[in-house]
Design a protein around this ligand. Structure first.
Ligand code: NAD
Length: 479
């Protein structure tokens, strides 16, 4: 059984007003899981009307009441965790162990925002003139939000946007990925059952460009939040600029990993395999360019290769599967193209480099050694199970390589020298830095990139602030 595919508009579950439907495919066997309704103009107008009507009451709802609803939804998600995880594995492909973690983290994100929403503090500013009685800064909800999320984390990414917006007192219309709707739908159902008033959260599906263009152009929408690729992020930012609307953009990256020669090679290789092949590498903060110091380079490549070869690839529902299929056929072609290009330019294929079987979008975990700088995989975000490895001699050379690209999302370094660790942490031009760790995303920590990887943060106190505007109020004596 798979999820019931509907849209949520103005408190009603609906198939929408049109006849168009979008098939949701299981990437492990290419079978159709269900038909998703496609929003037409009247559906989007209804959603806009709903957020406009609900905004004032939701903003005025006591933070502790908003908190109660978010916490209630988190609890419902936990009770349904097995079912939600199964639906996400069916639609997205990643192993059940990963979708169970994703469900738990999504519930934790709602809990985090449930608490943080009570702390949208302003401040009192001492006056500098005797005529001023009072100066204060207050935080207010920015207003109705349009949010767009991709297919690689069907629940966590919607949870971040929904949790932040609702906790701050914003209503929203979210368009999750048409390829993986179940995670977001589970969150919407849980919130509705926990008592979310009608119209506060609306969930639509359809043709992404049609929906984003229409919603962002509406005067009702005051903020745009998007997670996805750099080109689409730039496009939506341009659309938002026409109405001078606030944006949060969580875009792509090309995560450098610098491995210095003072580490335990086997341990670093084991962590790299776990980090690299999680969600088959379809993660914006995935480690994607490995720079390894020359003394341990050969040993690292061998250990990395052996451990990648040993991964069990299969249907994410099967026990023991460590890596599932890629999420869609586009990724299969893209990864194969990157591997061929690298080998054509002189890289050594250590393992993988081919599709597995001809049913389902399976691709073998792939390690490429001695990859030249001009290979596409060293420049374009790979978003798949391929790891290029290159050797370096000096600290400066490694940092230069790490910072060479226009991306700046996540960067990692492995070293047991406290000094090198501090220096490399400061030198990496990324919004997120993992030192001896690939775990750089928690509900309570800010998540976001610099350079072309985006603008703004989700998670942490910054994630709440993203949905609040700043108002300064000054008060003088009687007139
Ligand atoms: P894509 O660029 O077509 O789409 C990326 C996401 O943006 C999808 O969810 C899509 O529905 C949405 N989208 C596309 N056009 C849109 C529009 N005009 N308005 C609103 N939403 C729109 O590419 P894709 O084939 O789905 O994914 C490929 C690339 O996207 C990857 O290589 C990766 O760089 C990037 N990506 C990044 C993330 C992330 O977490 N940052 C997630 C998924 C994909």
């Amino acid at each position: 059984m798979y999820a019931e595919l509907q849209m949520l508009i103005d408190g009603a579950w609906t198939q929408g007003t049109g006849r168009r439907r979008e098939a949701v495919i299981n990437p492990a066997n290419e079978q159709i899981l269900g038909e998703l309704p496609v929003a037409e103009r009247p559906d989007l107008e209804a959603a806009l009307g709903a957020v406009a009507r609900a905004q004032a009451d939701w903003a005025a709802t006591l933070p502790k009441e908003r908190s109660r609803i978010l916490r209630g939804a988190a609890e419902i998600m936990r009770q349904r965790a097995d079912e939600i995880a199964r639906h996400m594995t069916l639609e997205q492909g990643k192993p059940l162990g990963e979708t169970k973690i994703e469900t738990a983290v999504s519930a934790d994100i709602l809990d985090w925002y449930a608490e943080e929403g009570k702390r949208a503090y302003g401040r009192v500013i001492p006056t500098s003139m005797p005529t001023i009685l009072n100066q204060m800064m207050v935080k207010e909800p920015v207003g109705p939000v349009a949010a767009f999320t991709p297919w690689n984390f069907p629940a966590v990414t919607p949870a971040r946007k929904i949790g932040g917006a609702l906790a701050a007192g914003c209503t929203l219309i979210i368009k999750p990925s048409e390829e993986t709707p179940a995670g977001a739908l589970a969150i919407a159902r849980a919130l509705e059952e926990a008592g979310l008033p009608k119209g506060v959260l609306n969930m639509v599906f359809g043709v992404p460009a049609e929906i984003s263009e229409f919603l962002i152009a509406s005067d009702i929408i005051k903020k745009v939040s998007f997670t996805g690729s750099v080109p689409v992020g730039k496009h939506l930012t341009r659309l938002a600029a026409d109405g001078m609307k606030r944006v949060t953009m969580e875009l792509g990256g090309h995560g450098p990993v610098i491995v210095f020669d003072d580490v335990d090679v086997d341990k670093a290789a084991a962590m790299s395999v776990a980090g690299k092949f999680r969600n088959a590498g379809q993660v914006c903060v995935s480690p994607t360019r490995f720079f390894v110091q020359e003394r341990i380079y050969g040993d690292f490549v061998e250990a990395f290769t052996e451990k990648a070869k040993a991964l069990k690839v299969g249907d994410g529902l099967e026990a023991g599967t460590e890596m599932g299929p890629l999420a869609n056929a586009r990724r299969l072609d893209a990864i194969d193209g990157l591997v061929r290009d690298a080998v054509g330019r002189g890289a050594t294929l250590k393992t993988g480099g081919e599709r597995i079987g001809n049913s389902g979008f399976f691709y073998a975990p792939t390690i490429l050694a001695d990859v030249p700088e001009d290979a596409k995989v060293m420049n374009d975000e790979p978003f798949g199970p391929v790891a290029p490895v290159v050797s370096f001699k000096t600290f400066d050379e490694a940092v230069h390589q790490a910072n060479r690209l226009p991306f700046g999302l996540a960067g990692y370094a492995f070293t047991n020298s406290a000094e090198t660790s501090a220096r490399v942490g400061a030198a990496l031009k990324t919004g997120l830095v993992g030192l001896n760790s690939f775990a750089i995303s928690m509900p309570e920590t800010p998540f976001g990139g610099v350079k072309e990887s985006g603008y703004g943060s989700e998670g942490g106190i910054e994630g709440l602030d993203a949905y609040l505007s700043t108002k300064f109020v000054t008060q003088s004596g009687a007139v």
